[in-house]
Write a protein that binds this ligand. Structure first.
Ligand code: NBX
Length: 815
């Protein structure tokens, strides 16, 4: 399939199929010492990736002029997903390479399947960072990622007796052919030790941090290929290694190998695992070390490049360099940049603060209180004594200024960096930033009015909204070939470059032939997903049923529980009343729960237990089926989104900062069934009420209800023992216990916990909304027209648009 505009950089890569085959064969021989025919599929994949990576690095070396303003996107997570297919699409090489490989007696699809999915992130925040890298390259800007190269990615999820089991994700086992190690760009990062004050005869003094633990940070660069192939940027991932001078030769010679090697394992631990974003991470020094390592190493590398290109012209640093911090994990960028400018480059404190705050910006991704990072001052000062001096001094001056303005004491209490024996990372981020943004209209206004209200009062001008977006090339063009072809046949290829071109699909909402073809494309996508579900879970699903999908991290506020309650209600009503026939539906769930998040893991077990009951009950004649797809990742997400017809976005209003699966799903012609939360609000405004189903309390109503103290979960249950009460009872009466027992803790969360996420409160409006939406499904043309309207309006949610807004408003770069 050719979905590519002409005149791209692909000619620079391979002249033709023959040229590609020759280069590919030559690489196999030179690297593996074996002919292509003698290589395994894994080796063939690996050589192909290396070939594309090498070509990409050559483009990268010359694609930006020295004067180009550079943006460094600091993120502890990048969920890249598989790269080969994506890069071939971006270079416009898919057909050429596929033909070549066919002629060589293999197939591109076979090789694509060999690729591992690097799971270097938890969920939305990490995937957003990867979409942004793609869009920055597409926009032609010099935008670079800075992150950690974890030895093990987020755990691989298996399901046993309905339970989530976490297995090690050894993603580097077969090597990662896209990366290149840059020993020459290594830097050192120091932890612990003590700060020593020096003074010369003129009275000038300075500080050094000495002793402690010295770590060598080694970068691995991954090329980021923009669509069109003209811009290739890089993602720099840091790995922690011991500094060789710390090797204890005496211990080794004395035969004490354990002691001699201990320093190695202590240091390597820093880049060993990706922390799941769960509650238990507080006080884990390793996490703090990770945060400091990638911040310090990244900044040292930036300063080296800057010095090389601009000398010591520090006053113009912020005209050439932007440092964007993805939530608070890189919050130490501010003080660390100051430390380097003062201690290494000899600037004074005020000048260093000015440079840091002019170049740093911050995005907030959540209002969940448990995600507000705080570190005990003692831990912090012990690990990072020199850095702490900068934080303390910035905090002291900040307080002094506030006092001078005679603001009320509450402002100090809520906005100071150091408080109650802790370093507050969000406050640190904000005080060092010239821009603070939320990720949807609603989220930004919640930040301004509640969570960060006091900062907003003090500096309203730095607050702004940047509604999230997703990479439509990966999640539509690449993930959904039948639909992408249909779109391209109708409106040409320009939508790949400019997603707002999708609006040109609107006239086809009245074209019966087009709508039938859409139906056929969706059916093909559903067949592909059904085959995957059968392969991974042995469950057969009927592609003539509605595919109703909720795929995302498991969290109480996302309310997968509400979805299960709805399914149980439909089931109970069917058993009670043989004339009640809900629309035949396959409910598909996928997602991981943080390892230590007990309730979320119980909800996964509940879904699988309900599936076990309903899927095996002949009385309902297969009308309802539940599939739990294990190990949600970018790769299987690309199979799930295209096959979806109903997109479940049912978080409690005010809790989901934005959500991005809602965007990926609407693009793929799914209708949203959702609350008025996060970016659902903007989706609904764009597609119009006819083309989305909204239910439940609004954010303000949720807030008022909490504030009134008048909500009583038991009232909900007592007022309808026949439906809600019965479902709550089923949690503990043995009805669902067949697979692995009852669900006391979920019952306690609802009843003793007074239904914190208002599952019982929104239940009826949710079930009614589902029934109305599925009744609409029967009118196939009307449904497909509404689904097409969702695709047509999805252009706004391309991350290209989001990135252009960051460029214009925050980074001050013109396209
Ligand atoms: O970021 C997610 C939000 O939950 C989504 O609504 C949003 O669409 C997405 C991209 O903006 N947040 C997320 O994945 N993680 C965190 O927000 C997070 C922040 C700090 C922390 C742990 C997790 N310590």
């Amino acid at each position: 399939m050719v979905i590519f505009r002409s005149g791209m950089a692909r000619d620079k890569i391979f002249k033709d199929t023959q040229d590609f085959k020759e280069q590919y064969r030559a690489l196999c021989v030179s690297v593996l010492g074996r002919e292509f025919d003698k290589c395994t599929d894994k080796e063939r994949y690996s050589m192909l990736a290396r070939l594309i990576a090498a070509k990409s690095r050559a483009i990268e070396a010359e694609c930006h002029p020295k004067e180009a303003k550079k943006v460094y996107y600091f993120s502890l997570e990048f969920l890249l997903g598989p790269l080969l297919d994506n890069y071939l699409l971006n270079y416009g090489l898919r057909d050429l390479v596929a033909d070549g490989i066919d002629e060589m007696g293999s197939s591109l699809d076979t090789l694509i399947k060999q690729e591992v999915d690097p799971g270097l992130g938890n969920g939305g925040l990490g995937r957003l960072a990867a979409c942004f890298l793609d869009s920055m390259a597409h926009e032609g800007m010099a935008g670079f990622g800075n992150g950690m190269r974890y030895r093990y990615g987020l755990f691989r999820q298996e399901i046993e007796d309905g339970r989530q089991v976490e297995c090690t994700d050894n993603w580097l086992e077969g090597g990662f052919p896209w990366e290149s190690r840059k020993d020459g760009s290594s830097v050192t990062v120091r932890f612990g030790g003590e700060v020593v004050r020096h003074q010369d005869e003129t009275g000038r003094f300075w500080f050094t941090q000495e002793g402690g633990e010295c770590v060598r940070a080694v970068p691995y660069d991954v090329p980021i290929v923009g669509y069109g192939g003209k811009t290739v940027n890089k993602l720099r991932l840091w790995s922690a290694e011991p500094c060789e001078e710390d090797f204890d030769l005496d211990a080794f010679n004395a035969g004490d190998y354990a002691r001699a090697n201990k320093f190695r394992s202590d240091v390597e631990a820093i880049s060993t695992i990706l922390y799941p974003n769960d509650a238990g991470e507080h006080g884990r020094i390793l996490r703090l070390k990770q945060e400091y390592l990638f911040v310090s190493a990244g900044l040292q590398s930036i300063l080296r490049t800057y010095e090389h290109e601009h000398g010591h012209d520090w006053d113009h640093f912020a005209d050439h360099v932007c440092i964007h911090t993805n939530d608070t994990h890189p919050a130490m960028c501010g003080p660390e940049l100051m430390r380097l400018l003062v201690d290494v480059y000899g600037l004074d404190f005020d000048q260093a603060f000015k440079i840091a705050s002019a170049s740093i910006s911050y995005t907030n991704h959540t209002v969940m209180p448990e995600a507000l990072e705080k570190w005990p001052i003692e831990t912090f000062r012990h690990l990072l004594p020199r850095l702490y001096m900068f934080i303390e001094e910035v905090d002291r001056r900040y307080r002094e200024n506030l006092m001078r303005e005679e603001v009320n004491a509450d402002l100090l209490a809520s906005t100071a960096i150091l408080w109650d024996g802790q370093v507050r990372m969000a406050n640190l981020s904000i005080i060092f930033s010239h821009s603070v943004n939320g990720v949807s209209d609603l989220h930004t206004s919640i930040l301004e009015q509640t969570v960060l209200r006091d900062f907003y009062r003090l500096r309203p001008q730095i607050f702004n909204n940047k509604t999230n977006g997703v990479c439509h090339r990966r999640f539509l063009a690449q993930a959904n070939p039948p639909y992408a072809k249909l779109i391209t046949d109708a409106i040409g290829t320009r939508w790949l470059d400019d997603a707002t071109e999708l609006e040109r699909l609107i006239p086809f909402e009245k074209d019966a032939g087009f709508l039938d073809a859409m139906e056929a494309a969706k059916k093909a996508d559903k067949e592909r997903l059904a085959a995957y579900i059968e392969e991974t879970t042995q469950l057969q699903v009927d592609t003539n049923t509605i595919f109703d999908v909720q795929v995302k991290r498991f969290h109480a506020y996302k309310r997968q529980l509400l979805n299960v309650f709805k399914i149980l209600d439909l089931y109970n009503r069917m058993l009670d009343d043989p004339t009640f026939k809900p629309a035949p539906t396959t409910f598909i769930f996928s997602g991981k729960a943080a390892q230590s998040y007990v309730l979320a893991k119980e909800v996964i077990r509940l879904i699988n237990s309900v599936a076990d009951v309903i899927n095996n009950d002949a009385r309902i004649e297969g009308r309802l089926k539940i599939a739990f797809v294990p190990n949600f990742a970018v790769s299987n997400a690309q199979l799930i989104y295209p096959a979806t017809e109903i997109s479940e976005q049912i978080s409690v209003a005010g809790a989901e900062a934005s959500g991005t699966s809602n965007m990926k799903l609407m693009m793929n012609a799914a209708l949203t069934l959702g609350t008025y939360d996060g970016s659902n609000v903007e989706i609904s405004q764009l597609v119009g009420e006819k083309n989305i189903k909204i239910f439940g309390l609004r954010a303000q109503e949720v807030e008022d209800l909490y504030a009134s103290g008048s909500y009583f979960a038991w009232n909900q249950v007592n007022s309808d023992p026949g439906r809600l009460g019965r479902i709550v009872s089923m949690l503990t009466d043995g009805s669902l216990a067949g697979l692995s027992g009852n669900f006391e803790s979920i019952r306690d969360y609802l009843m003793a916990g007074n239904d914190h996420d208002l599952v019982l409160k929104d239940f009826y409006s949710y079930v009614d909304a589902w029934e109305e939406l599925t009744a609409f499904y029967a009118d196939r043309h009307a449904w497909n027209a509404a689904a097409l309207h969702n695709t047509a309006k999805a252009g706004f949610f391309s991350s290209d648009r989001t990135i252009r807004e960051y460029m214009h408003d925050i980074w001050k770069i013109e396209s």
